[in-house]
Design a protein around this ligand. Structure first.
Ligand SMILES: CCCC/C=C/CC(=O)SCCNC(=O)CCNC(=O)[C@H](O)C(C)(C)COP(=O)(O)OP(=O)(O)OC[C@H]1O[C@@H](n2cnc3c(N)ncnc32)[C@H](O)[C@@H]1OP(=O)(O)O
Length: 364
């Protein structure tokens, strides 16, 4: 949110509040939290209400969003609120206008940009201000994009990130949205969603390539074991901080990582959260090739365009021959990892770690 000049009047603020009610598209939880916090700061000043309890996740998230604004002056909060609403209304106007070449760009995703060109479907995580953390909605969008790509006429499919990160893993605010059935129901639903999500990677029928443009965290790393090729910028790092978060491995990494890099190296990553550089990940076999960041995009896309012209059926069949004997095993591993995680998500270790992150007390 740009807080250029502090000039929003009370009238601008009230207009912005009305515009929020008229938004055609739900702006998503994190924007709604930001709007809530700026509104409270603009009208009441710094947060001084008692902090909600650990299990009152929705009110806790609201409190965190407000509290993090600290002593931000009321006028600045009012201006930031007006700026934020104005950015939401202008982006909804531009997305409703027909764009030239829209046949190439699949519309309708909130946090992905999906394009098909030169035989390549590119799925780009597009939430750079949150380092491409995967929200609940994004899990569903990625599943839809993968299912669509599996049936389109492209020959290869690429997953990459917009901005400086490839992906910062699961969005740690996903667990603030607790349904009526409580934490148990949330954990059950999340495990089902995760199982479907990882299942889409296991079953993906065409060559699947990760273009890792920057740091990768958590599920952004573990799923790499299910890609056929992984290209990384030398700015990328690979981090699975499950121990720090009270979690256990997912994305079939409990099986693919020991197979790829050997059990001892896999344990250092998956149990102790050792972060690898791109060159270390390449030496361990998780990454296919590392490129200097300055030439990364050019080199990788030149290569991928050449690969995409190879006979599509031969590529699909070769992938099947390489992967199919493992599929049943991978689905079983996925199911077991999700079963264990369902328990983990309800543990004090995990809840405290997420709360520490949300209250800005912890970072990787
Ligand atoms: C339901 C299926 C579940 C599957 C389970 C998967 C397991 C995992 O994926 S575990 C990994 C979870 N990820 C993390 O723990 C990363 C947490 N993020 C960080 O430690 C840091 O943000 C960072 C090291 C990635 C980047 O630090 P940096 O200083 O460069 O930037 P920040 O100012 O921290 O980030 C900018 C902005 O983005 C928000 N953000 C970043 N990552 C996440 C995340 N994973 N979840 C939610 N939000 C995230 C961060 O809070 C900042 O937001 P604000 O600008 O609003 O403060």
């Amino acid at each position: 949110v740009s807080g250029t000049a502090m000039r929003a009047s009370q009238e601008d603020f009230e207009n912005a509040m009305n515009q929020v009610k008229l938004l055609k598209k739900d702006p998503g939880n994190e924007v709604k939290l930001k709007l809530y916090a700026l509104y409270k700061q603009a009208t009441e000043g710094p947060c001084s209400i008692p902090k909600p309890g650990v299990f009152d996740l929705t009110n806790k998230a609201k409190w965190d969003a407000w509290n993090v604004l600290g002593n931000l002056p009321k006028e600045t909060a009012r201006q930031n609120y007006v700026d934020l609403v104005s950015s939401l209304t202008s982006s909804s106007k531009s997305s409703s206008q027909a764009k030239p070449g829209a046949d190439r760009e699949r519309q309708g995703y909130e946090n992905l940009v999906v394009t098909s060109e030169d035989g390549i479907t590119k799925i780009m995580l597009n939430r750079p201000i949150k380092k491409n953390a995967i929200s609940t909605q994004m899990y569903h969008e990625i599943m839809l994009a993968l299912k669509t790509a599996s049936k389109d006429d492209s020959t290869i499919t690429v997953l990459t990130g917009n901005g400086d990160y490839y992906c910062s893993g699961n969005d740690l605010t996903n667990f603030t949205d607790i349904p009526a059935g409580g934490v148990e129901e949330k954990a059950k639903n999340s495990a089902l969603m995760l199982r479907d999500f990882v299942g889409c990677f296991i079953d993906f029928p065409k060559p699947l390539i990760a273009v890792v443009n920057g740091p990768a965290v958590g599920i952004g790393v573990t799923t790499l074991g299910l890609f056929d090729v992984v290209y990384a910028s030398d700015k990328a790092t690979f981090h699975t901080p499950f121990g720090h978060l009270g979690l256990s491995p997912e994305g079939c990494s409990s099986y693919t990582f020991p197979k790829i890099m050997g059990p001892a190296k896999a344990a250092e990553m998956l149990i102790f959260g050792k972060k690898l550089t791109a060159r270390e990940a390449c030496a361990q076999g998780l990454v296919t090739e590392v490129f200097p960041d300055s030439i990364f995009q050019k080199e990788v896309w030149t290569r991928l365009k050449a690969y995409s012209k190879l006979p599509p059926n031969a590529m699909r069949v070769s992938k099947q021959v390489i992967r199919n004997t493992e599929k049943e095993k991978l689905h079983a591993v996925n199911a077991e990892e999700c079963r264990v995680l369902r328990e983990r998500w309800m543990s004090d270790e995990c809840i405290n770690a997420a709360m520490n992150f949300l209250s800005r007390r912890a970072k990787l």
